[in-house]
Write a new protein. Structure first.
Length: 211
């Protein structure tokens, strides 16, 4: 076979195997879904969840997801990203929907999902990234700063998943309710849905395989 030969054919999907690809824009999202896989999906050997971190904007992430979907037999491909200050936030959501890519997005940040998981509180006002970071620091680290490094993320995951179960389901309910409310108010402009997240769609989807 020539050295520069590129095999473009889709690899065959083994019978009885379901593969999901999750492409994340950030390290926190990667840590969360890897731990989620361990806690909720590992007892079924035919489930493979691949979590990759891709650098770049949400639109670049969606392009990579489309490429992966075309070249592999994944059962489903998801992208996970935040609004942050990305100007292509709405565009990325539209592009993913047109290409049947599962789109999981948080406005303004994934930390909003962590906040809901821990406190299980409804919020009727926007919570910006600075306030979210302060709340995460206070709830999980006492007086220490939320540093957003590997050590911090690992400690955060431990505390989150030590209290899994009913808190997760409650967070899903709250997030679902808030997401539907924002969608009704601003149907064509997700950039206005602060604070909101639809992470609940992916957690529910993955958990279905366990049942």
């Amino acid at each position: 076979m020539p050295k520069n030969y590129v095999h473009n054919k889709k690899r065959p999907l083994r019978k009885g195997t379901s593969e999901v690809l999750i492409l994340c824009c950030g390290k926190l999202e990667e840590k969360y879904f890897k731990r989620y896989k361990k806690e909720y999906c590992d007892n079924k050997s035919n489930i493979k969840i691949k979590v990759n971190v891709e650098k770049g904007s949400p639109s670049q992430l969606v392009k990579e997801a489309i490429k992966q979907k075309e070249n592999n037999n994944y059962n489903k491909v998801y992208v996970v990203f935040d609004k942050d200050d990305y100007p292509d936030y709405n565009k990325a959501i539209e592009e993913s929907e047109k290409s049947s890519i599962g789109c999981i997005y948080s406005n303004e940040a994934f930390e909003f999902w962590i906040y809901l998981l821990h406190l299980n509180e409804d919020t009727n006002r926007p919570i910006g990234r600075v306030e979210l970071n302060d709340k995460i620091a206070k709830c999980f680290f006492g007086s220490e700063k939320y540093k957003k490094d590997d050590k911090c993320y690992e400690e955060l995951m431990k505390k989150i998943f030590d209290s899994k179960g009913t808190k997760l389901e409650k967070a899903e309910e709250i997030a679902d309710r808030g997401w539907q409310k924002h969608k009704k108010e601003y149907p064509n402009d997700p950039s206005q849905w602060c604070s909101s997240t639809n992470v609940f769609k992916l957690t529910r989807y993955l958990r279905e395989w366990k049942d």
